[in-house]
Design a protein around this ligand. Sequence first.
Ligand code: HEC
Length: 111
Amino acid sequence: MIALFRHCLLACAATALTIHVAYGEPEPTALVDQQHCMFCHTRDAPFLAPSFQQIAEHYRNAPNAQTMLEHKLRLGGKAHWGDTPMPPAVERGGPLSAEEAHTLVQWVLSQ
Ligand code: HEC
């Protein structure tokens, strides 16, 4: 019985590890839903907005990207990808704290 339990523990840990490696940072689902990120973005296909993979790729070697994107996510800013800027947080579903913006950007850049 104990052996069975240990086996499960190992298997579950291994599964969690695989998911983590395959998809980068875990999705902050509550924030993503509240802010409707997936209304305009998808993970891997450009839709109304660049995909999160394109964004991650674009900023991979940009040292200030994290800070710049956190600011943009909270307060909006000029468009970098086309003519349509992303609406600021208050227009997407409510104000975003610095900590929440940090979590979201870290997740996007890990895609
Ligand atoms: C109403 C549609 C919409 C929603 C909702 C939305 N986005 Fe965007 N997002 C856009 C558009 C359009 C762009 C491209 C803007 C540009 O050209 O800089 C963009 C760009 C971005 C960028 C890149 C910005 C840059 O300067 O390169 C990031 C990062 C991003 N979005 C993350 C998010 C996250 C995270 C959420 C949810 C919290 C979200 N977006 C919700 C439309 C949206």
